[in-house]
Design a protein around this ligand. Structure first.
Ligand code: HEM
Length: 161
């Protein structure tokens, strides 16, 4: 595999863990603040900002990979054939589509949370929106235990676990 591609795939693999950890952290803070009726602090705002920023970065790596590894071309070469083949359909359509929706929901949750009139509502909107975004993300990751499209837990260039 070309070096630049391997670097990007490594970054996309590792940033996935950063996105998941920051997502769990932001949701944890939001749920605690919502149920405990706590003040919405700058630390709460920062946890949402870090989650959405890591998500943006991950999507950027993903979009570059999508273009450079020819997944977009798969759709143009034969849409019907690609749709019938689960292995092609996953990366050509499902992964990008679900991840873009999850990204949109995460950003919308942050905006709506900031605009909410009360602190409890700020926490609630962040908890529900980030929670939905994380669930979609978990569902669209090519986990190693999947029968098709399985990818490693960790990738460090040539090394895979
Ligand atoms: C628009 C958003 C995204 C696009 C276009 C995208 C695209 C891709 C592409 C093209 C691959 C490589 C497939 C291959 O040729 O082997 C890939 C792999 C992967 N994607 Fe994404 N992705 C996106 C978002 C995400 C997000 C948000 C996550 C998780 C937070 C994620 C997790 C992964 C993982 C874990 C792999 C496997 C990496 C490996 O092989 O080591 N992706 N993605």
């Amino acid at each position: 595999m070309e070096t630049l591609n391997l670097i990007l795939l490594t970054l996309h693999n590792l940033t996935r863990w950063v996105v998941l950890i920051l997502g769990i952290w932001a949701i944890g803070r939001a749920v605690k603040g919502w149920l405990g009726k706590q003040t919405f602090t700058s630390a709460d705002n920062r946890s949402g900002l870090l989650f959405t920023t890591a998500f943006d970065l991950q999507v950027l790596f993903g979009l570059i990979l999508y273009l450079t590894r020819g997944w977009g071309g798969v759709l143009f070469q034969g849409f019907g054939a690609a749709m019938r083949e689960a292995a092609l359909r996953f990366f050509a359509l499902e992964h990008i589509f679900i991840m873009l929706i999850a990204l949109g929901i995460a950003h919308m949750a942050r905006t709506l949370s900031k605009k909410a009139p009360t602190d409890v509502q700020k926490h609630r909107r962040a908890a529900l929106g980030f929670g939905l975004a994380l669930l979609l993300t978990l569902a669209a990751i090519p986990w190693p235990f999947l029968a098709q499209n399985a990818r490693p837990w960790l990738r460090l260039f040539g090394l895979q676990i």
